[in-house]
Ligand binder design. Structure first.
Ligand SMILES: [Cu+2]
Length: 584
């Protein structure tokens, strides 16, 4: 493919000519009050018990270019939804998207009765054009969350916003300023076009494929035998070693609170203050690596739930995850909030500054990481017999990873045997590894401290039984070449039976990632407690699983009904990595 950029025009996508360039100073975009270009932070907020949302097409302007968003109350991101723990809330959501099948809002990470969860086809019929749906529920938790449309690609085009819940009994830490930091990815291309492109050619937006020149460079650095055998191994699997993201900066502008890097969203502080930053990854497909050069970050919440504070310099935030961090800038200077995309094709950027208009240097993008076979738990393959390595069954045999004492028993994950007839499964990892202690590909070698899932220790009450009643395994599967994404080898459109959870049982669920990509796996309606060896297991609504990884979570299904379980990469979900969990 060559580099010429195609601009498609669907009815609602309007683009204006190039050459017009505006910075944030001249930006006249409607922005929600919580996301002004220069913000003092969200003030003493009063939680409300009733909200009215209207989803409609609205113009947005990013770096001087105009596009059309599926905006909530006219802005991208949408309004700050501010609730109180223990209170009842009524949310009226109206759709003015007259050409759509339906619209919806899902309250991500919020424990609600299943009719209020907002997934069309699972919990309700969706909101028909011109109609209003009334959501009502009691708020049973506190912390930082978000909301988004669960209808087709509306989330990609702007239907998302922050959701903050005031705790009944005060916060477990002190701070002077409070900022939501909503990360997202914006494209002027119609997402239907993006989806068509990546379906036809998985690497459409990827110009970072390794070339023959990279190969000779490797030979120079590492000698001949290794690169050749590694290249052969990748070739045999029909995969590129650079599958880091399907959709990249080629089409995306990465946004922080609706602002492009040039628009430079700025949070004000007084030196010596403690600033709470509520990072929310509201992207459609972009996993970010976040750091603030010059400042330590203290991670105090993950997915809305308090954790023992961990001091780090960088953290990876998968799509749909949230992290609350505290920073304490002492100096009278500006600091860059830098959110680099996992594939290193671009970044989101904002500034922490004592005065409006101040800036700090923006770091260079780091080199894109190269995925090696070791990274997907197959390092030993290079030394094995290449002939035995079909693309459907691989066993590296160098490390008996399932004997790892960190993988809980008694039985461990059930071995996966895909149906032979299905083309949905490109590879099966027979010996997945424990990887919760790894920061993830491309991280951990810069000389600063990066958060891992093993660092997360809950400091929340543990309301659920400690005794495990049952074990179950779900395999994360794909055929990347054909852009097929599935669970246990079945796409959602193939109508697999729902996964059955028993009401109030204590379930250990193993997730095994048989693909070579990270997938942020999200379960609606109940917490997943990640078994990372902590004495109090952290609560998660979304878990970024690594290639070749096995991990386990403990779940207590507290609400009966049907719940969505899916990859939160929007295009993977639409390509079939979606399932229904039935709690009965
Ligand atoms: Cu995925």
């Amino acid at each position: 493919m060559n580099g010429s950029k195609e601009i498609t025009r669907r009815n609602f996508m309007k683009t204006t000519g190039a050459g017009l360039f505006l910075t944030g100073l001249y930006c006249t975009l409607p922005m929600p009050a919580w996301a002004l270009t220069t913000s003092p932070g969200i003030e003493q907020r009063t939680p409300k018990s009733r909200y009215d949302f209207t989803i409609g097409y609205s113009p947005v302007q990013i770096d001087g270019r105009e596009g059309t968003a599926t905006a909530i109350n006219g802005t991208v991101p949408g309004p700050l939804l501010h609730l109180r723990e223990g209170g009842d809330v009524t949310l009226n959501v109206t759709s003015r998207l007259m050409d759509t099948e339906h619209a919806s809002i899902h309250w991500h990470g919020i424990l609600v009765p299943f009719r209020m969860d907002g997934v069309p086809g699972v919990n309700f019929n969706g909101i028909q054009p011109g109609e209003t749906y009334e959501y009502r529920y009691r708020v049973k938790q506190a912390g930082t969350y978000w909301y988004h449309s669960h209808s087709r690609f509306q989330e990609q085009t702007g239907a998302y916003g922050p959701l903050i819940i005031e705790p009944k009994n005060g916060e477990p830490f002190d701070y002077d300023r409070d900022y939501p930091v909503v990360l997202s990815d914006w494209s002027f291309e119609d997402p239907e076009t993006i989806f068509r492109h990546i379906n036809l050619m998985g690497h459409y937006y990827n110009f970072q494929r390794r070339t023959i020149w990279d190969f000779f460079e490797d030979v120079g650095e590492r000698g001949f035998a290794d690169p050749i055998s590694e290249r052969m191994a990748w070739g045999k699997m029909r995969m590129s070693p650079v599958d880091l993201a399907d959709v990249t900066a080629y089409t995306y502008t990465y946004l922080m609170n609706g602002h492009s890097p040039d628009m430079n969203w700025t949070a004000i502080f007084n030196p010596g203050e403690t600033v709470r930053l509520r990072f929310i990854n509201a992207s459609a497909t972009t996993n970010y690596d976040v750091r603030i050069p010059g400042l330590d970050m203290e991670v105090v919440m993950a997915d809305g739930k308090a954790v023992r504070p961990v001091s780090v310099h960088e953290f990876r935030i998968g799509v749909a995850e949230t992290y609350d961090v505290l920073v304490r800038p002492m100096k009278d200077q500006a600091f860059t909030i830098f959110a680099e995309s996992l594939d290193r094709s671009g970044y989101g950027r904002g500034t922490l500054a004592p005065e409006p208009g101040m800036k700090a240097p923006v770091p260079a993008l780091r080199p894109r990481p190269v995925r090696r076979l070791e990274d997907i738990g197959m390092g030993g393959m290079l030394h094995g017999n290449m002939k035995d390595m079909s693309h459907s069954q691989m066993d590296h045999g160098s490390k008996a990873s399932l004997d790892d004492p960190r993988i809980p028993g008694p039985n461990g994950p059930t071995p996966f045997k895909p149906e032979k007839s299905r083309s949905n499964v490109e590879m099966v990892i027979t010996n997945p590894t424990y990887r919760l202690d790894e920061p993830g590909i491309g991280l951990g070698k810069d000389g600063w401290r990066v958060l891992t899932y093993d660092d997360l220790v809950s400091i929340e009450p543990q309301p659920y039984s400690a005794t495990v009643d049952r074990e179950m395994t779900i395999n994360i599967t794909a055929n990347m070449e054909r852009y097929m994404f599935s669970f246990d080898g079945k796409k959602f459109t193939q109508h697999p039976c729902p996964y059955l959870f028993r009401h109030n049982e204590r379930l250990r669920l193993f997730l095994v990632n048989h693909t070579m990509m990270e997938h942020p796996i999200h379960l609606h309606g109940m917490w997943m407690q990640l078994e990372n060896g902590a004495d109090k297991l952290p609560f998660k609504h979304t878990i970024l699983t690594k290639p070749g990884e096995v991990l386990s979570v403990l779940i207590t299904p507290i609400e009966k009904g049907d719940w969505a379980f899916h990859c939160h990469l929007l295009y993977h979900m639409e390509a079939g990595m979606f399932q229904v969990v039935r709690v009965a």
